[in-house]
Design a protein around this ligand. Structure first.
Ligand code: IFM
Length: 470
């Protein structure tokens, strides 16, 4: 049995600037919140930082050749804001733009479609010093930065993503504090979510005004698939609704429907009165959008908490005593049955199918891209014939099972146009440092040598044939 993906379906790989580039002091780049956070003792496993990462900044041409050797159709990368505006404001840093021009030209020259993400978490530190995403000005600063990037790359990049996973920026960055900038304040987290929404809308307007007419725009959301533990228990069903509101509809509401959901405002009323939403903001946020980008890894199971034990709000996102779920203290997250990846995340492809069909049903005017999907496993390196190899059958199985449901969603009517494997390379997995390996290509972090894993070869075959074997 095999499944055929439609002609034109994009098979891509994805990365993000801070996770792979290194070269943090090169060519005028300024510090980002992740430089500060990773250099703060106790924030990242083993004290790892992105100072060198995969050294992609210095190995760009080799990495482009690597992508070409895999035969992928597209590459989703992010632009480091502090390379373009080292302080987050003011004139463009030419050397920073040059790097991304070389990247884009190198992709196009190899027949690979660039998909550029404006913001994947590396906020310039001076903007954080002024309040970061809890501060309204940051949204306007992102729009200025978008204009610079649009002017520089807009003639060649036809696929743009504004933000990557604003939920993580807002709620892990300002709620539980397990991500940079490490703030633990529920009001700041909701405020940050609104300013990220505003930034999305303003950046979209700035980009659309200056890039090629055929450009398509998306936002990459890590939408949560939340299931009530007891589907016939009204409390559990309501707990799932609550997490859906503060995990998903806090972004899809304003971005795709022009307003914050009433139930979200009610659930969080004891936390904030949402006075940070100004007149006109919702119109700015609710911009036409061609595509919804979906980043999917696993599912969650919740109950109405009876107050005993822990509500387990740190589930899946490192230990923190602060919650990333404002207004949802009486929701309890339950451990998910296995199998799990090395992140401790349960493997459940049905969640991806559910999300794709939900977005298709609720937002039929938008096409869909799976902008991230993949898994960290404890890869073993074998060295039988003098050259290293990684036989990552578990990752191949993960990818195959998730791509099977993507094909099923397409067959069932969802307009899914592409899939981006997370990630091209093993890289800096945020608070987990280099310990968790998501790459199709192994990176030896001592020598920086790249070794395509079996999954890379498998994925290359799929990109070539569009045939998924069962
Ligand atoms: O590595 C991250 C990425 O930066 C954002 N999405 C999830 C990935 C795996 O945790």
């Amino acid at each position: 049995m095999s499944t055929t993906f439609p002609a034109g379906f994009l098979f891509g790989t994805a990365t993000a600037s801070y996770q792979i580039e290194g070269g943090v002091h090169e060519d005028g780049r300024g510090p980002s919140i992740w430089d500060t956070f990773s250099h703060t003792p106790g924030k990242v496993a083993h004290g790892d930082t992105g100072d060198v990462a995969c050294d992609h900044y210095h190995r760009l041409d080799d990495d482009l050749d690597l992508m070409a050797s895999l035969g992928v159709d597209a590459y989703r990368f992010s632009i480091a804001w502090p390379r373009i505006q080292p302080t987050g404001r003011g004139a463009a840093n030419r050397a920073g733009l040059d790097f991304y021009e070389r990247l884009v030209d190198g992709l196009l020259g190899r027949g690979i479609r660039p998909v550029a993400t404006l913001y994947h978490w590396d906020l310039p530190q001076p903007l954080q010093d002024a309040g970061g995403w809890a501060q309204r000005d940051t949204a306007y600063a992102l729009a200025d930065y978008a204009a610079i990037v649009g002017d520089a790359l807009g003639d060649r990049v036809a696929e743009w993503t504004t933000l990557n996973e604003p939920w993580c920026s807002a709620f892990l960055g300002y709620g539980s504090g397990v991500h940079a900038p490490g703030v633990t304040d529920p009001v700041s987290a909701l405020c940050a979510a609104h300013h990220l929404n505003l930034a999305h809308g303003l950046a979209l307007q700035a980009l659309r005004a200056r890039v090629r007419d055929d450009a398509r725009f998306s936002v990459a959301l890590n939408l949560h698939v939340v299931r009530p533990d007891r589907p016939d228990d009204a409390g559990d069903v309501d707990a799932a609704r609550q997490i859906d509101a503060v995990g998903n509809r806090v972004f899809t509401g304003p971005m795709l429907e022009g307003g914050y959901p009433d139930d979200l405002l009610a659930d969080t009323a004891a936390v904030t009165d949402w006075a940070f939403v100004h007149d006109g903001d919702l119109a700015d946020i609710h911009q036409p959008l061609e595509t919804i980008g979906i980043n999917y890894y696993s599912t969650s199971r919740v109950r109405r908490w009876d107050g005993t034990g822990s509500n387990n709000h740190s589930a899946g996102h490192n230990a923190s005593t602060a919650s990333p779920w404002p207004g949802a203290d009486t929701v309890q997250f339950l451990p998910q049955p296995g199998p799990h990846t090395e992140m401790g995340w349960n493997i459940d492809p049905s969640g991806l199918y559910e999300l794709l069909m939900r977005m298709h049903r609720e937002h039929p005017q938008q096409s869909l891209l799976v902008t991230e999907n993949g898994a960290a496993f404890a890869d073993a390196v074998t060295d039988a014939d003098g050259s290293p190899a990684v036989h990552d059958a578990d990752r191949v199985d993960y990818l195959r099972r998730h791509l099977t449901v993507v094909a099923q969603a397409i067959a069932d009517g969802a307009d899914v146009r592409g899939y981006f494997a997370w990630s091209l390379l093993d890289n800096f997995e945020w608070a987990y440092g280099y310990e968790k390996r998501f790459g199709l290509v192994r990176v030896d972090f001592d020598t920086l040598e790249r070794t395509p894993k079996d999954s890379a070869r498998w994925y290359a075959g799929l990109a070539r044939t569009h045939e998924l074997d069962a």
